[in-house]
Design a protein around this ligand. Structure first.
Ligand code: GDP
Ligand code: IMO
Ligand code: MG
Length: 427
């Protein structure tokens, strides 16, 4: 029984929630695990026409029988966690099986304050973060002044840690950003108010997951964010502050790389991006507007309109490489139903030179213009297709061409947001 990784192969919002749900309904999944990021994620699952959005929780929380795990690599806002849990409980979802790592770092209110003021400070250079405090919480972690979940259960230790964390932060807030200092006691009170409800959920999740794998159970690691938002491998500095790539899963869960059996990259049949940063195939014309409208490309977490462009095979190949993908899950093919002609970026031109791989430097990537190959559209509704053979010939040609140029086989194809709207190609 395998350990499976599902991750984003582009700039996020590829349909990781749907892919996770798809796997959880076709295979028996014992654990669904988040290993990085926080409530900056927004994953949509549509079950029997009912729409659910998960942020900090893995979408596996909707899978009966699976245990949901928030592992050590995640940054946890207790406020966001309980808000999300309460929202699901209200809708009748059983959320009893949730385990949170004692080592996960905590997002407190000052992290989102700092996230917002530092974005404002950056002016036109801002990243376009979700404002959820993700970057400041990871910065504290690396700076060794972070607060971990386990610290919430010992008020004396918590107070010491909050003091250490706020010491430098308050200098910054008052002297650089011209804001009021944050009170230590207010933060201690804020965080201890969640301790009692959190305590029964907390465990050593690395031990839990490794023991599950030893017993032959199936563990699904549900990625958040995406390869091109990775702090090491993405379009730095226009990235998130964690490692959403496959390697980050091992660090974020305390599971060794030798235990991972499959790595599935979720990729849209076109490309979107929220926030700032380079995006070679971005469209500023009627086609871009059509992708945005037909694809419903509005952020689940922040409600921001997503930038849209054509499929970029250079990015697909790069994702296949840095993640060691065993397969892709292609989503939103149905969004292309009405297009006459569909361009696909097969390479770039950078300062007069043709390149087929991701350029080495950010400057070159900023200069990259797409080299397109054109495919004929299929001009029909594919949302009811349930096998590859049912797809119109032009759609089959498009998918086969993408598969050939992207560096890994296509395990499945999404033809609509619903749980049943999936074609499994390589079962
Ligand atoms: P995630 O963050 O990667 O989980 O993706 P999001 O949930 O942010 O965005 C993906 C959006 O596309 C959601 O609204 C999904 O319901 C929707 N979606 C996923 N797969 C498909 C598909 O194959 N076709 C269509 N039309 N929508 C899809
Ligand atoms: P899912 O899991 C799309 C983007 C933000 C911003 C940058 C940094 O739903 O795919 P952050 O708040 O993380 O410091 O913001 O990363 N971003 C996402 N974009 N989908 C996401 O998550 C994202 N999470 C962060 O828009 O550009
Ligand atoms: Mg999303």
């Amino acid at each position: 029984m395998p350990a499976i990784v599902i991750l984003g192969a582009q700039w996020g919002d590829e349909g990781k929630g749907k892919a996770t749900d798809q796997l959880a309904t076709t295979d028996t999944i014992d654990y669904v695990v988040r290993t990085s990021g926080g409530h900056n994620a927004g994953h949509t699952i549509v079950v029997n026409g009912e729409k659910y959005a998960t942020h900090l929780l893995p979408s596996g929380i909707l899978t009966p029988g699976a245990t949901s795990v928030i592992a050590n690599g995640v940054v946890v806002s207790p406020e966001a966690l309980f808000r999300e849990l309460d929202g699901l409980i209200e809708r009748g979802v059983d959320v009893a099986d949730l385990v949170v790592s004692a080592n996960a770092h905590v997002i407190a209110s000052y992290h989102s304050t700092i996230d917002k003021v530092s974005e404002r400070f950056l002016g036109k250079n801002q990243i376009g973060t979700t404002g959820r405090g993700i970057g400041p919480a990871y910065a504290d972690k690396v700076n060794r002044v972070g607060i971990r979940v386990a610290d919430l259960f010992d008020e004396g230790i918590l107070r010491q840690k909050v003091e250490a964390a706020l010491d430098l932060r308050n200098h910054l807030l008052t002297k650089v950003y011209n804001r009021r200092a944050v009170e230590v006691e207010a933060i201690v009170a804020e965080l201890t108010s969640y301790a009692e409800r959190l305590r029964p959920m907390v465990a050593d999740t690395s031990l839990l997951l490794n023991q599950a794998l030893d017993r032959g159970e199936t563990v699904l690691f549900e990625g958040a964010q995406a390869t091109m938002l990775d702090v090491d491998h993405g379009t730095y500095p226009f990235v998130t502050s964690s490692n959403p790539v496959a390697g980050g899963v091992c660090v974020g869960a305390g599971v060794g790389p030798t235990r991972i059996d499959r790595v599935i990259g979720v990729i849209k049949a076109y490309t979107t991006r929220v926030g700032s940063g380079p995006f070679p195939t971005e469209l500023f014309d009627a086609d871009g507007e059509a992708l945005q409208r037909i694809g419903g490309e509005i952020g689940v977490s922040t409600g921001r309109t997503r930038r849209c462009g054509w499929y970029d095979a250079v990015i697909a190949r790069y994702s296949a490489r840095v993640n060691g993908l065993t397969e892709f899950f292609l989503t939103k093919l149905d969004v292309l139903d009405s297009f006459e002609r569909i361009p696909v970026c097969v390479g770039y031109e950078v300062d007069g030179q043709r390149v087929d791989e991701m350029p080495m430097t950010q400057t070159e990537f900023h200069h990259a213009t797409p080299v397109y190959e054109y495919f004929d559209g299929w001009k029909s509704d594919i949302s009811g297709c349930r096998s590859f053979g049912e797809l119109p010939a032009n759609a089959q040609t498009y998918v086969k061409a993408l598969e050939e140029m992207s560096g890994a086989k296509f395990w499945g194809i999404g033809v609509g947001p619903g749980r049943e709207q999936t074609i499994v190609v390589h079962g």
